[in-house]
Design a protein around this ligand. Structure first.
Ligand SMILES: [Zn+2]
Length: 384
């Protein structure tokens, strides 16, 4: 990736004399992993920390106002003639203490926290279903939309209260009627709310309350505003506007919503971009970047061995328990013994032993986490 903050290909250090450095001039290629090696005392740290890093820090400090700088203290210029092509610097201590897979260069330096904030504030959300840009509306914007697009047309303002769920909804109809509404839209048809009204409890339904039904003229804007407020409250920040003649329905939400499929997201927040937060983490690897997958070769490392010889490793030595009782039953049914090499156990029987009666998925063997760690291998997560 080209570094967009710099046009230089090198960091050029000219005449470095800090500590024991003897007037050293070097060019360090940018955007490359560069290692400085050498004998103890040869000046590796003097070059990396006391010259390059120190100069980067000093230039950063200079960007603050004089007022702010008086609290930060001054930083001395390192003893070097010139450094060109320097970008903002960070220095990470090498630590050999507890290794944690959730620590990265980003989290250790706290740069990740700033990036998360930046993404949350300037990011645009796109629907994972359709790829459409997600949109959200204010009541004023919807009002403008109505007066521009529906002038003189008859519209219904709908508040969705049931979205694709089963039930008879008798109480819900009754409550809605008591609140003074006379019509609902059930699975696309507008109906009058009647006493003891209910729908087929075994089918999934979409139900909206018809909050208002009117001709959208400019003199009705006040009434439309009031109806939008009511509808947003009932529909939990989501409303539909139905144009009666064409039957066309438009979705409006105060939350981010995919204009095509109607799915809605929460506002992006710094948490959404954290692999260490349940709100942002990848659901398959929990943010670690790799998943453990059971490996057949670890379960059966040597198929010339029999069950007696611990050929199926997680079972261990033959003993008296339910597991081995079940194995004995399988062996009897498929006509093999515990002395049969695993390679000679009929495939059907082996599948039954490894994957169970109703295999959930290939490679999925249910077992304790201790055994799992013994028989599985890490793989790069394919979801994130
Ligand atoms: Zn993942």
């Amino acid at each position: 990736m080209k570094d967009r903050f710099s046009t230089d290909e090198y960091i050029e250090v000219i005449g470095a004399k800090e500590n024991n450095l003897k007037n050293i001039s070097i060019k360090i290629p940018r955007n490359k992993m560069v290692v400085i090696t050498g004998l103890s005392g040869s000046g590796k740290s003097s070059l990396a920390f006391d010259t390059i890093y120190a100069e980067g820090q000093r230039r950063y400090m200079e960007t603050f106002s004089a007022y702010a700088r008086q609290f930060l203290g001054t930083m001395d210029r390192p003893d070097v003639e010139k450094i060109d092509g320097l970008s903002p610097v960070i220095s990470i201590e090498q630590k050999t203490t507890a290794w944690n897979p959730r620590s990265t260069v980003g989290t250790t330096t706290e740069i990740y926290d700033f990036l998360r904030l930046l993404f949350a504030r300037i990011g645009d959300a796109y629907s994972y279903e359709t790829g459409e840009k997600m949109v959200k509306f204010t009541e004023e914007q919807i009002l403008d939309f109505i007066s521009e697009n529906y002038k003189g047309k008859k519209i219904s303002i709908l508040a969705p209260i049931v979205r694709g769920r089963k039930g008879h909804y008798r109480e819900l109809f009754e409550q809605t009627r008591k609140r003074g509404f006379t019509k609902v839209r059930v699975d696309g048809s507008i109906l009058d709310i009647e006493a003891n009204m209910q729908v087929d409890r075994f089918k999934t339904h979409d139900i909206e309350v018809v909050v208002d039904r009117l001709r959208a003229d400019d003199d009705k804007l006040q009434r439309i505003t009031a109806s939008l407020t009511t509808a947003f409250k009932m529909g939990n920040e989501l409303i539909f506007i139905l144009e009666d003649d064409s039957g066309e329905v438009k979705t409006f939400s105060k939350r981010l919503v995919d204009p095509v499929s109607g799915i809605s997201y929460e506002e992006p927040s710094p948490n959404s971009f954290s692999f260490n937060s349940p709100y942002g983490t990848c659901p398959s690897c929990k943010g670690l970047g790799e998943v453990f997958q059971v490996s057949y070769d670890k379960v059966v490392p040597d198929d010339s061995k029999s069950i007696n010889d611990e050929g199926i490793r997680p079972f261990g030595a033959v003993r008296d328990n339910t597991t081995f009782d079940q194995l004995r039953d399988i062996a009897k049914k498929f006509k093999f013994t515990f002395a049969t090499p695993v390679s000679d156990i009929p495939e059907k029987a082996l599948n039954l032993i490894l994957y169970g009666v109703n295999p959930p998925a290939k490679n999925h063997i249910s077992t304790s986490s201790m055994i799992l760690s013994m028989i599985s291998v890490p793989r790069v997560c394919s979801t994130c």
